[in-house]
Ligand binder design. Structure first.
Ligand SMILES: [Mg+2]
Ligand SMILES: [Zn+2]
Length: 171
């Protein structure tokens, strides 16, 4: 696929692409959902670039370092390439604790807005997906579409999909 497509899907990491291990900080703890790669492949086949947008407050809380986060993301990049998919177009990480008053922690839209501008994406063709209401809200705050996957109890007023694959299929 081309890198020029203005269509994008912004994905939450923990609880969406991989199981939420509660402050995961080592590549060995990465565990995908059964449908993760099939869903990502379908998204790319349908012409969407994939980005990851993740709150990693474990950095701001001093549980682990930004280097640890980068090592996990490097491993996830390799997993994607091994699955014969195109690399992620971008990684947006908020390393701050909630009380640090940053502007990049979801549901703030800054990380998404920066990528939309950098890569000239079309907001009308972009989504933010995650397992929590704040993920959907983050997308809506960025002027794109938002939805919740996997955790129905977290969906609140937002569009809900049982699985990432179910989301990809309806695109
Ligand atoms: Mg999550
Ligand atoms: Zn932040």
């Amino acid at each position: 696929m081309t890198n020029k497509t203005p269509k994008a899907i912004f994905l939450d990491r923990d609880g969406t692409l991989i199981r939420d291990k509660n402050y995961l900080s080592q590549p060995k703890d990465i565990e995908y959902f059964p449908d993760t790669f099939e869903a990502l492949q379908l998204m790319q086949t349908k012409g969407y670039q994939l980005y990851v947008i993740t709150n990693q407050s474990g950095v701001g809380r001093g549980f682990f370092t930004l280097q640890d986060v980068t090592a996990v993301h490097r491993a996830m990049e390799q997993d994607l390439v091994q699955a014969k998919l195109s690399p992620y177009a971008g990684w947006g990480v908020c390393p701050h604790a909630p009380d640090q008053g940053c502007q990049c922690r979801k549901p703030f839209p800054k990380l998404i807005l920066d990528f939309i501008q950098r890569d000239q994406l079309d907001p009308a063709q972009c989504w933010m997906l995650g397992d929590k209401g704040i993920d959907a809200e983050c997308g809506i705050n960025a002027g794109i579409r938002g939805g919740v996957v996997r955790e129905k109890n977290n969906a609140g007023p937002y569009d809900y999909y049982d699985t990432l694959l179910a989301f990809a299929q309806q695109l």
